[in-house]
Design a protein around this ligand. Structure first.
Ligand SMILES: *[C@@H]1O[C@H](CO)[C@@H](O)[C@H](O)[C@H]1NC(C)=O
Ligand SMILES: *[C@@H]1O[C@H](CO)[C@@H](O)[C@H](O)[C@H]1NC(C)=O
Ligand SMILES: *[C@@H]1O[C@H](CO)[C@@H](O)[C@H](O)[C@H]1NC(C)=O
Ligand SMILES: *[C@@H]1O[C@H](CO)[C@@H](O)[C@H](O)[C@H]1NC(C)=O
Ligand SMILES: *[C@@H]1O[C@H](CO)[C@@H](O)[C@H](O)[C@H]1NC(C)=O
Ligand SMILES: *[C@@H]1O[C@H](CO)[C@@H](O)[C@H](O)[C@H]1NC(C)=O
Length: 574
């Protein structure tokens, strides 16, 4: 099953499981006060303080002082590597910033509302999240009132939950009160007059203004169907910042879900205080879709072949080519080997977020052997504790989202929505380490491994992973999806350039010590062979999305977005 959010400040309130109801109403009250008396929390400064605190810590400063850097010894570097793998040294120099640049862009329109926007999301939990976020931004662009989004009940994940079953509805409405007017239900007088339509993927704001606004003015209430990734990835800065306010501050899970997730986090932290979370996603649908081969012979070919039939538009794939192109997730064993090579000790605690792993226990056994402190939500939960959630795939996914987000290190093993959205979120909240396997180059490295000493292999692997470790600025601004690389919402502290230089010297020294003929890649330059995956990246998390992706590839950002027609799929009077 897929997985998934919260805001840190008020979390402590939920810690006592018996209190959620009471606290829920308290929060609603607080939010109401905020409505009347201005912002309750300054989004940016709320995040400043912990970072400022970290900066004052002597250990960070000593690492960064230039004289120290010059004295780096090999022994010191090795120890530093073992620790550095848990957290980026540069992280304290960056912080998430989502307050609008110009306050005027935050004032609600004085103009009468141009109408009511309804949307129906599509896909699994995280795909739906992108639709919800973009719906708020579209409502802002059009000066319309947004009706709380309707969730997708028909996707592959078959979850009948409504918005308020998963997300904290009042918090959502109140937190965004200065940006967009959001109401829970359409006023009854419009109920039978909603005009339904769809827009292409990744439309620019001008498209909504020129094509949708006139319809809204005429019909008053318009519902946009299958609303996921319908708004352009690139937007002006204040709209991107609004995206961040929705994604990182307004959109929280319900207290029930939040409390459950935090309980698991506490149990994991009881062990050694820190843990790695792995979004394995080595699930049959994922493997079938990717068209990769994992050495399971006839049986694997038959089983995955059957699953592939679900996607009628999928063309035949060459497994070797897919692997070379980095489209194949690593096997659980390969993930374990990667973790060891990166420097994680075998007593590290590992939380695995995953649905049914293809091949089951036997596929997982090598990973468990390498990292015996292995947990899932099922092993951490007490008897019956998960019961209220198990029937709802999105709520289960939300629990995984929370545990993965709270982790010290998050390992993605796929390019799906959850992996990308969490990677972006972790950048925003202090650049917590996120490791994306550089599968394009790891594939051939694993093939060559039998002929290498372990040290050589580990060294090469660490090099291959440069630029894929969740370091600040490792992806250039504007590169990739905004949800993964929310560069408009990442700010630098003033002294950042000096310190980056020092750290870079350290890194170079580290490379000098480890005699290896290859040119060291600068870890701040990003990776050259990184996918710019805007148009070739079928979402692996949701099947309806994948089907459509194959059909309307041409709808991408540079294509139809500003020239196409609103596809008039249905125009019924509901
Ligand atoms: C670095 O080494 C030099 C000489 O090798 C020494 O004088 C200096 O005190 C050292 N600095 C630190 C911070 O250890
Ligand atoms: C929305 O409201 C703002 C502020 O009142 C105004 O500048 C803008 O033109 C309006 N846009 C639309 C599409 O109504
Ligand atoms: C969601 O809302 C619909 C309509 O109000 C209702 O029939 C359905 O039972 C709700 N789903 C859940 C899981 O409560
Ligand atoms: C490993 O080395 C042997 C002998 O040197 C060679 O025949 C073989 O092709 C190499 N295998 C790989 C995967 O490089
Ligand atoms: C990294 O960036 C620096 C300056 O920004 C440049 O001089 C250097 O050549 C780059 N290195 C690589 C490997 O691209
Ligand atoms: C949608 O179809 C209806 C009737 O079929 C038509 O009147 C309307 O103009 C169409 N809308 C768009 C945006 O093409």
């Amino acid at each position: 099953m897929p997985r998934r959010a919260r805001v840190h400040k008020v979390r402590a309130i939920f810690a006592a499981p018996a209190l959620p109801l009471l606290c829920g109403s308290m929060l609603a009250l607080l939010a109401l006060v905020a409505l009347v008396s201005g912002p309750l929390l300054d989004l940016d400064s709320a995040y400043h303080s912990p970072v400022a605190h970290m900066l004052e810590s002597p250990s960070v400063l000593s690492i960064l002082s230039p004289s120290h850097a010059r004295n780096v010894t090999r022994v010191y570097s090795k120890r530093a590597t073992a620790e550095a793998v848990w957290a980026s040294k540069l992280a304290p120099y960056f912080y998430g910033c989502s307050s609008p640049k110009s306050q005027s862009s935050r004032q609600l329109s004085k103009v009468q509302s141009n109408g009511y926007l309804l949307i129906q999301t599509s896909g699994g939990l995280n795909q739906q999240r992108t639709g919800i976020i973009d719906a708020v931004v579209v409502a802002r662009i059009l000066n319309v009132t947004l009706v709380v989004p309707q969730l997708d009940h028909k996707s592959f994940w078959k979850d009948s939950s409504n918005f308020s079953d998963i997300f904290y509805e009042d918090w959502f409405i109140n937190t965004l009160a200065q940006d967009v007017k959001i109401i829970k239900e359409l006023p009854p007088k419009f109920n039978n007059k909603v005009y339904s339509m769809r827009v292409p993927r990744r439309c620019k704001p001008e498209y909504f203004l020129s094509k949708i606004l006139p319809i809204l003015r005429k019909k008053k209430a318009v519902r946009l169907g299958k609303f996921d990734y319908r708004l352009s990835n690139r937007l002006e800065e204040d709209l991107q910042k609004l995206r961040c306010r929705v994604n990182y501050h307004a959109l929280r899970f319900t207290p029930d879900v939040e409390t459950m997730g935090q309980r698991l986090v506490e149990r994991l932290r009881q062990n050694s205080g820190r843990y790695i979370a792995l979004h394995l996603r080595f699930e049959p649908d994922m493997l079938a879709f990717s068209g990769c081969y994992y050495g399971g012979g006839e049986r694997e070919i038959r089983e995955l072949g059957m699953m592939r039939k679900r996607w009628k538009t999928l063309h035949k794939r060459n497994p070797d080519k897919e692997r070379r192109n980095g489209k194949c997730p690593l096997t659980p064993e390969e993930v374990g080997v990667m973790l060891k090579a990166l420097g994680f000790q075998s007593d590290s605690h590992l939380y695995v977020a995953s649905g049914d792993v293809y091949g089951g226990d036997s596929t997982l056994a090598p990973l468990k052997k390498m990292f015996p402190n292995y947990d899932t939500k099922e092993t951490l939960a007490l008897d019956g504790e998960l019961e209220p959630f198990t029937q709802y795939s999105s709520r289960m996914a939300a629990i995984d989202y929370i545990v993965c987000d709270e982790s010290n290190v998050f390992i993605t093993n796929n390019n799906g929505n959850m992996a990308r959205i969490l990677a972006g979120r972790r950048r925003y909240f202090g650049h917590k380490r996120t490791v994306r396997p550089n599968s394009k180059r790891l594939g051939s490295l694993f093939l060559a491994k039998p002929n290498m000493t372990w040290n050589m292999f580990a060294l090469k692997l660490r090099k291959v992973q440069r630029g894929f470790m969740g370091e600040p600025k490792e992806m250039r601004p504007g590169r990739g999806q905004f949800f993964e690389n929310p560069s408009a919402c990442i700010c630098e502290k003033s002294n950042v350039k000096e310190n980056i230089k020092v750290l870079q010297q350290q890194e170079d020294m580290l490379d000098d010590h480890e005699e290896d003929g290859e040119q060291p890649l600068s870890f701040l330059n990003g990776s050259e062979d990184e996918d710019d995956d805007l148009d070739v990246d079928p979402d692996l998390e949701d099947i309806t999305f994948m089907q459509e992706e194959d059909m309307d590839r041409e709808d991408d950002e540079l294509g139809v977005a500003d020239g196409g027609d609103a596809r008039n799929i249905t125009s019924q009077q509901e």
